[in-house]
Design a protein around this ligand. Structure first.
Ligand SMILES: *[C@@H]1O[C@H](CO)[C@@H](O)[C@H](O)[C@H]1NC(C)=O
Ligand SMILES: *[C@@H]1O[C@H](CO)[C@@H](O)[C@H](O)[C@H]1NC(C)=O
Ligand SMILES: *[C@@H]1O[C@H](CO)[C@@H](O)[C@H](O)[C@H]1NC(C)=O
Length: 972
């Protein structure tokens, strides 16, 4: 502070007076800042002197502190965003009389709503992402100048008080993701200045209707009420929300019709009403010309698609699937230049497709399956269209990824462009009356062609060898004919080949060039003749072979016996001779029927005995007995396997007959359909079996991306527990959204099976990279990686996994504990980003009133925190322990629990620490040369801290993440 030191005597009185007048306000303001500094220093002390507020000291002006903003020499804003504060905010903060902005977001502040209602000038209050509990104070309107209030991601409960409706200045109100278990007031409709209102993901709200009062919010631009337990109708008054731009009411139980004026809201750009119970017609009068995305899917809407949608010149996505819409697809929809996604499948649409589809837009997904559409396909639908004078982007819809037309009444030929559109991944045309021949050229990426139940005719062209990436070809029940060209056997990627129910004839190629992936082969109901090629016996992955109802003759090649075929059908042919010994058991009871010239040795199949009986000697008869025993045993196993397979197959088939028995629970933005998933549950898509079920890799017919599908059969009664885990997983993963947590896209279930659909993780799990080589004996890790996971990748994985866990522990209304963190549950995408997976054991940490113990020991040996042994009251620190083990794995490359070691990894690591070993002595040999010594040391020490015996000594995931991030920055 400048001191005024001068001699009175030398200055004229008037000048002195002037000086006094001038200096007085300066003095007062300084005094004020002085006071404010002491207030802030006191606040800092009460917050426990967090190191993050280091710059707050008594020798500088508070206006110079980074967290403080001053206006006219007084403190007006405090931003404590992400300052690791874990104490309550002292009420004295309101002694700062001019405080306008208070940002406490992203901390660990506990307790009730902070005692700040005396901050009478407060306009901006940000409390998001803390641990606040209890109700919002009923007198919150004491903050009468409040304009911006964000309470997102806390544990607030109870009702939202009517007082909120008296905060007349509010323009921004976010109450997303809390524990509110009461009601919310219609008085929110009084907030005439409100521009953004979000109460999404409050699943515990009492079911309530949208009050008509909200329609009075003339300035409202953004309304987000996803998953807020809304019932009743959308009020007509919503027609008055003239400023509305973004409306999301998805995932509720709204019923009734869509108000007529909704689509006349001129500024509306995004309209999401999917997954509700809306019925009636879509309003016909469309004047919301700015609409970019419409999703009304999964409701009970009837009537036509409004032709007015064609006026929406900026529309990119129109999702109307899973409704009961009827009538024709309006022609002018095909004129929208921006349209990329057109999904209207599973409705009752009829008539022809507008001929201009594909002419004007860059369609990516064209999905109209399961309707009553007829006529021919528009010639412009990919490729052929366009005129020389048109810009290329308009003429060719070269961007088409998927086309789905299945189960309609289409006829005519497929425009050649459909087959050759460069980005095309899936072509699904089954169940129509398409005719024409198979194309000789296919788009390079096309992996799935389904044309079954149509009228395709003619031969398979020899050029089929150019169908490079085809994985599935289903051409059952057409009128295809001619011989099978040997070129067909060169499709190295094909896994499923169905040509049954056609008019193919002649002999099969004796040579099979490269069906190494072939899993499922069905040539039944044709006119094939000649011998069954021996080469079939050398297909390593064949699981299903059906050659029934043909005229195959000669002996069954003994090579076939080498295949462990769960399904074999050679019935109704002209085969002769002995059935290969491997098939002479009950599992193949029906495989050889109606082949009068076949015979067997072992009298198990219903076939005649072969003529010459084997010679008996004592020695031989024992051998024979043993053989019978082995056959009987393998027969039994085969029957079991067979039954399981049939059950699965039955359900799959059954699904097509009656897919209403399958219940699909989609989560937001799900982009797949249940048919796709169910039909993909084939052996060739099976990528793993584990304790909790089977894992399949299925290509998404919508996007072409790969999906991972976990299947749990509830048929096996022992799986009651699994079923419970399934429910837990759905409940938790359905809510969590984070880039380091594997995305659950939806689940499908019926009485006997439950399926989870996840994003597919290209690089699979971390343990395969760290320990894959050592475990090579195990069959599941046969596709083991030889490459070394380098140090930067390991650090990145540690950070990613820590972020995912931190999110689970801190972001939700109660911490979600994973309970089974281990390197095999950390999955890696193509860029080695880590994602936490497998939430079967995860649990929302119990809250007051609920029983607060966890039954049974959860987790995996080597990762289980010691407190599990002596108490059932555990918290999220058990995940920190397990994560610590993962850190130790990353550094040392050792398995958490190796059979060759007497000690588990944690014990070993602590021994090294006690014996003061150097980091070089513990680090993984594979990365020794390239790793950053300081970083490796940090991670190793952090692993030790996380694996301390006492839970309270372990850091929180937030702390862990901070350390890792700092460590990663130091490296550069
Ligand atoms: C709402 O939750 C709070 C805190 O968990 C609880 O005390 C209260 O009883 C609940 N109220 C209702 C209506 O369930
Ligand atoms: C609609 O948006 C335009 C452009 O952003 C804006 O000028 C206009 O005021 C908005 N209309 C209403 C009713 O808010
Ligand atoms: C479509 O979007 C463009 C820019 O994105 C905008 O200039 C134009 O006004 C929009 N058209 C309509 C009809 O809203």
């Amino acid at each position: 502070m400048p001191k005024l030191t001068f001699s009175f005597a030398k200055i004229p009185l008037s000048a002195l007076f002037l000086l006094l007048v001038l200096s007085l306000p300066f003095q007062v303001i300084s005094q004020n800042l002085d006071d404010e500094r002491s207030i802030l220093l006191d606040v800092k002390q009460q917050l426990g002197n967090p190191p993050s507020l280091q710059s707050w000291n008594s020798s500088s002006s508070p206006c110079d502190w980074p967290e403080i903003t001053c206006t006219d020499n007084t403190v007006t804003a405090i931003s404590l965003h992400d300052k690791t504060i874990s104490e309550k905010i002292p009420a004295t903060i309101c002694d700062l009389k001019n405080l306008i902005v208070l940002d406490l977001s992203n901390n660990d502040i506990p307790g009730e709503f902070p005692d700040i209602l005396n901050c009478s000038k407060l306009e901006y209050l940000l409390l998001l992402q803390n641990y606040f509990v209890g109700p919002i104070p009923a007198d919150i309107d004491r903050l009468s100048r409040l304009r911006y209030l964000d309470l997102t991601a806390n544990l607030f409960s109870g009702d939202i008080p009517a007082a909120i409706g008296r905060l007349r200045e509010l323009f921004y109100l976010f109450l997303v993701e809390n524990d509110f278990n009461g009601t919310w007031p219609t008085e929110i409709g009084n907030l005439a200045n409100l521009e953004q209102l979000a109460m999404a993901y409050n699943h515990k709200f009492m079911p309530s209707a949208l009050p008509k009062e909200l329609g009075a919010l003339k300035k409202l631009k953004y309304l987000w009420m996803t998953g807020a337990n809304l019932i009743g109708e959308i009020p007509e008054s919503f027609n008055n929300l003239s400023s509305l731009e973004h409306l999301d009411l998805s995932l509720n139980k709204l019923e009734g019709t869509i108000p007529g004026g909704m689509l006349r809201l001129k500024n509306l750009t995004n309209l999401y009403l999917f997954n509700n119970r809306l019925s009636g017609r879509i309003p016909l009068s469309i004047e919301a010309l700015n609409l970019k995305e419409i999703d009304l899917s999964n409701n009970y809407l009837t009537g036509p698609i409004p032709a007015g949608f064609g006026k929406l010149q900026n529309l990119t996505g129109l999702n109307l699937f899973w409704n009961q819409l009827s009538g024709e697809i309006p022609a002018n929809l095909s004129l929208i230049p921006t349209l990329e996604t057109f999904k209207v499948f599973s409705n009752q649409l009829s008539g022809v497709l507008p001929p201009a589809f594909g002419l004007h837009s860059e369609l990516k997904r064209f999905e109209v399956s399961e309707n009553k559409l007829s006529g021919e396909l528009p010639q412009h639908l990919c490729g052929r269209g366009g005129f020389a004078w048109m810009p290329k982007s308009l003429g060719n819809c070269t961007s088409l990824l998927t086309i789905q037309l299945s189960n309609n009444r289409f006829s005519g030929e497929i425009p050649s462009g459909v087959w050759t559109s460069p980005d095309m991944v899936w072509v699904m045309l089954a169940g129509n009356s398409f005719s024409g021949t198979l194309p000789s050229k296919l788009a390079r990426n096309l992996s799935r062609v389904e044309i079954s139940n149509n009228k395709f005719s003619g031969p398979i062209p020899a050029e089929i060898s150019s169908w490079m990436n085809i994985g599935v070809l289903n051409a059952s029940n057409n009128m295809l004919s001619g011989k099978i060209p040997v070129e067909l056997t060169s499709l190295w990627n094909i896994s499923l080949l169905l040509l049954d129910g056609n008019q193919f004839s002649g002999e099969l190629p004796s040579e099979i060039i490269s069906w190494k992936s072939l899993n499922y082969l069905n040539f039944s109901r044709n006119k094939f003749s000649g011998p069954i090629p021996k080469a079939l016996g050398s297909l390593p992955n064949l699981n299903y072979l059906d050659l029934s109802e043909n005229q195959f003759s000669g002996q069954i090649p003994s090579e076939l016996g080498h295949l462990k075929l769960p399904i074999l059908d050679l019935s109704s042919n002209q085969l002769s001779g002995m059935v290969p010994i491997e098939f002479q058991n009950e599992a193949y009871q029906d495989s050889f029927l109606n082949n009068p010239k076949l015979c067997v040795y072992v009298p198990t199949l219903n076939l005649p005995r072969c003529g010459a009986k084997p010679v008996y000697s004592n020695e031989l008869s024992i051998k024979y007995l043993v053989m019978i025993l082995i056959f009987a045993l393998s027969g039994f196993l085969a029957v079991v396997f067979f039954t399981l397979f049939m059950v699965r197959d039955y359900h799959r088939k059954n699904h097509y007959r009656d897919h209403t028995t399958w219940k699909l629970t989609p989560f937001q933005n799900q982009d797949f359909d249940e048919h796709n998933i169910l039909s993909g549950l084939t052996e060739n898509n099976l990528i793993g079996r584990g304790g909790s079920g089977e894992l399949y890799r299925i290509a998404n017919n919508r996007s072409g991306e790969l999906l991972a599908v976990k299947r749990i059969c509830n048929k096996r009664r022992l799986d009651h527990k699994l079923q419970k885990q399934f429910i837990a997983e759905v409940g938790i993963l359905g809510v969590i959204r984070h880039s380091n947590i594997v995305k659950l896209l939806g689940c499908i279930s019926n009485e006997s099976s439950s399926l989870f659909v996840y994003e597919y993780m290209e690089k699979q799990s971390l343990d395969r990279w760290l320990h894959g080589k050592k475990q090579r004996t195990s069959s599941m890790t046969s596709s083991v990686h030889n490459c070394v996971l380098d140090w930067p990748a390991r650090l990145q994985i540690a950070i990613g996994a820590a972020e995912g866990l931190r999110h689970m522990h801190e972001y939700y209304s109660a911490p979600i504990i994973h309970r089974d963190v281990k390197s095999s549950n950390i999955l890696l995408d193509a860029e080695f980003n880590a994602k936490i997976a497998d939430f079967g054991l995860a649990k929302m940490l119990v809250k007051q009133g609920e029983p607060n113990s966890m039954s049974g020991i959860a987790g995996s040996y080597g990762y289980i925190a010691p407190e599990f042994g002596y108490t059932r009251k555990v918290n999220e620190k058990i995940d920190v322990y397990s994560f610590g083990v993962v850190l130790l794995e990353l550094v040392t490359g050792r398995e958490p629990n190796s059979v060759n070691e007497h000690k588990c990894l944690v014990e070993w690591a602590w021994d090294q620490f006690r014996e003061e070993k150097t980091i070089e002595e513990v680090v993984d040999e594979e990365i020794k040369e390239q790793c950053d010594r300081a970083q490796v040391t940090t991670l190793f020490n952090l692993g030790l801290r996380c694996t301390q015996t006492s839970p309270s000594d372990r850091p929180t995931m937030k702390k862990v993440l901070e350390i890792l991030q700092r460590c990663s920055q130091q490296g550069h």
